[in-house]
Design a protein around this ligand. Sequence first.
Ligand SMILES: *Cc1c(COP(=O)(O)O)cnc(C)c1O
Length: 396
Amino acid sequence: MRTSTRCVYFDTSNDPYGAMAPPIYQTATFQQQTASEFGEYDYTRSGNPTRHLLERQLANLEGGKYACAFASGMAAITALCRLVKTGEEIIAGDDLYGGTVRLLDQILPQQGIKVRYVDTSDLCAVANALTAETKLILIETPSNPLLRITDIRQVSKLARAVGALLAVDNSMLSPVLQQPLALGADVVLHSATKFLCGHSDVTAGAVITNDPFVDERISFQQNAEGAGLSPFESWLLLRGMKTLALRVDRQNETARKIAHFLELHSAVEQVHHPGFKHHPGHEIHRRQSEGDGAVVSFTTGDPELSARLVEATRLFKIAVSFGSVGSTISLPFHMSHASIPPRLKERLAPPTDLVRLSVGIEDANDLMEDLDRAFVIAAEQCAQAKINFEYEVAAV
Ligand SMILES: *Cc1c(COP(=O)(O)O)cnc(C)c1O
């Protein structure tokens, strides 16, 4: 079965009533037959049929054997990082999600885990950073918000050579456009809050793997630390994932149009979109994925203009996160990436004039008209502010 078919195919053969939609087992405990006999389920923290159905579906979509669903993307990444012990090291991409950087920088070092930030699009830099202590390489490709590309196949070879695990955070493309396990990754991570859910109404995360040893330890973490996804959230996510392929295909297509529109716009300095031939890593991206995703970012050369632009759009709502059916616009430096610790900001923070779009499923022309209008308003406001400023200076 191809991905779009897998999105809507559920094995419901064991449902006594032939329910077309999976039931929600909204229960914390399960009755036992006798005091000494446990059934398949006993307690929802340890396992729940609705969450298990979701986990099978997640594994299935990523081409993996095992999946564990967590209460958030960060809970999933935390569970994975628990596999790294005191004295061991993690190599992390240097354009990662701000919350991931916060975890890697402010929590893991307290446990004696060393994290090295590397531009993972540079294979030599990755090779040079590897040591005998490296246990995990954590990457995002395309990264967010600068859409940098890392070669999954090549980095997986480097990881294998030193016995480290390669984990790819696939939140930006979803399994519809990229399936890292097939490219050699050991683990796929998701903030399911993004494309997998797609409706901005669930916070969830996932760890997916083909490695039974990794799965055993992640499942153990899920039960031991209690950050597994609740039955109701699992059910909502199952519902959202049915339209994953449909949404992502449409968003991918509209984002392509918008990237071209921005490329031609006189107020735009640089557009980051892996679909452009001149985008660094474009060829690698084409070899490992089937599309460019719905996130487009660009600079204007003027942080003031960027800020006003973000406030002037009507269809693009100002919000963190991405991947929803509704389009959003943000200033990553001040929003999603504000949590990068001050010490690392100079190196890891995105440019202050960078605007990030997450393209939804609205009509592409409406979205472009919205941006066009907002550019005019923002430019007028900037010009007016300049006149006011000069007037005040002259008055003094
Ligand atoms: C949002 C995000 C996360 C964190 O996920 P939450 O569900 O917000 O905890 C991790 N990685 C990436 C790439 C993200 O975009």
